[in-house]
Design a protein around this ligand. Structure first.
Ligand SMILES: [Zn+2]
Length: 439
């Protein structure tokens, strides 16, 4: 990994993007904030030990403090959604689509639509204190030379404001990128802990949603790529195998781009099934139908490139004819989801025609699949999605699906902007995959 060139620091935003994100900021603020939260936790513990203890992971003693407007700390097992927020406010480049405005836009929408933890005291939990992922966690997926090289590059990023990393797609880094990327991966791990622990005491545990950045599914074992620094979902998959002894992990990636990093991390692994839908020919150009895994992992990777213009019909058919039967045959212990919202018709980076309604259907269907196959254990990880409105509305409607409430997509979706899907091409692509994978 080498530094290509430096660019000047971006000007400070007029309105501080840091407001309201206390402990989950990058750099040194994290440790300071965590201490504050932990001292609050100690005080709370004296008063609420019997209930709050349920918010700790038994396997790891990782602190999972869940917020509640009343301070009553209802049982996590009764919640329908648990989410964590890691907006990576210091990892930002002005005018870049993968910006620090993305996660706050989602959080604002959840608050306005009364889908956040403060509005839904018993149903929606937010992780309040999360440990950054350890280097050991990260190196279950990434090479030591990449991880240590990136950490060292932070000095240069501090001096120069912002750097690009050679051969990475391009991926930028600022002085806080390393630490904030550890926090993002840590939120994914903490959600896995919470959902797995809840599944031990209920058949209907909450669905996890990691509202994190930088995204992860393009990051390859030996480096960053395509705006992604660490493979958050891949790291969580290895973690759940190692710590929770959940061997069989089913990963669904519905981002508009191929999840090449996750693909590469598990290409020869028969215990991690990776299915990716993406727009044919889009970045990074990998993920052809005949890329099906190798060695012992042959058949445990399913790539389904969709023709440009594919939309709601395509994705519903893919779910029913490909994803669900694949998962039923694989018999997973947990389902993890690379949830990218850049296949939305309004997204600027691609040309598919998913709608907010498509994302509601996907979230609802995946939750049901997890309930049917693996005790409801399911965690979503934010990947792409660059139109802040369609991104935040689609995530909000996913929350409604997890809550078992009707979709509000009709208030946002505009059918007049949709054009006819290439139905014959879509059907041919699906038939080809069903043939290749004997479905
Ligand atoms: Zn994407």
């Amino acid at each position: 990994m080498a530094i290509l060139r430096a660019v000047p620091p971006a000007p400070t935003a007029a309105v501080s993007p840091l407001a309201g994100y206390g402990i989950l900021l990058g750099g040194q603020t994290i440790g300071k904030g965590r201490n504050v939260i932990l001292s609050t936790l100690h005080k709370s513990l004296k008063e609420k030990v019997p209930v709050l203890r349920r918010c700790f992971s038994g396997a790891t003693l990782r602190p999972i403090c869940c917020s509640s407007a009343t301070g009553d700390y209802p049982l996590l097992a009764d919640a329908r959604v648990i989410y964590g927020v890691a907006p990576a406010m210091g990892h930002n480049r002005e005018s870049h689509p993968e910006s620090h405005f993305r996660v706050p836009a989602i959080v604002d929408a959840l608050e306005k639509m009364e889908l956040d933890s403060k509005s839904r005291v018993n149903e929606v939990f937010q992780l309040q204190s999360v440990k950054p992922a350890s280097l050991e966690d990260i190196m279950l997926v990434h090479t030591k030379s990449y991880v240590t090289g990136l950490e060292k590059a932070m000095d240069k990023a501090s001096e120069q404001g912002l750097i690009y990393i050679e051969g990475s797609g391009p991926t930028y880094a600022t002085s806080t990128t390393f630490q904030e990327s550890l926090v993002a991966a840590g939120v994914g791990i903490a959600l896995v802990d919470a959902v797995v622990d809840a599944s031990k005491i209920t058949k209907n545990p909450p669905t996890g949603f990691a509202l994190i950045r930088p995204p992860g599914h393009h990051a390859i074992p030996k480096g960053p790529m395509g705006f992604c620094v660490f493979g958050n979902i891949a790291i969580a998959a290895r973690y759940v195998q190692r710590v929770h002894q959940l061997k069989r992990v089913f990963i669904i990636d519905f981002d508009v781009h191929h999840g090449n990093g996750t693909n590469d991390a598990f290409y020869d692994d028969p215990d991690i099934f990776f299915v990716s839908t993406h727009q044919d020919g889009s970045y990074p150009g990998t993920g052809k139908a005949d890329e099906i895994g190798a060695g012992a992992g042959e058949g445990a990777t399913l790539n389904l490139p969709l023709p440009g213009g594919s939309g709601d019909f395509a994705m519903r058919t893919v779910f029913e004819d490909v994803i669900a039967p694949c998962a039923q045959r694989f018999k997973p212990d947990i389902i993890l989801v690379s949830a990218g919202y850049d296949a939305h018709v309004l997204d600027p980076l691609a040309n598919l025609q998913f709608t907010t309604s498509t994302y509601y259907t996907l979230a609802s269907s995946i939750k049901q699949l997890a309930q049917h196959l693996c005790g409801g254990r399911c965690v979503f990880f934010l990947e792409g999605g660059y139109n802040l409105q369609s991104l935040s509305h689609s995530v909000a409607d996913s929350f409604r699906a997890f809550l078992g409430e009707p979709s509000a997509a009709s208030q946002f979706d505009n059918p007049a902007i949709l054009y006819e899907e290439p139905l014959e091409k879509v059907k041919r692509s699906i038939q080809q995959i069903k043939h290749l994978h004997s479905l």
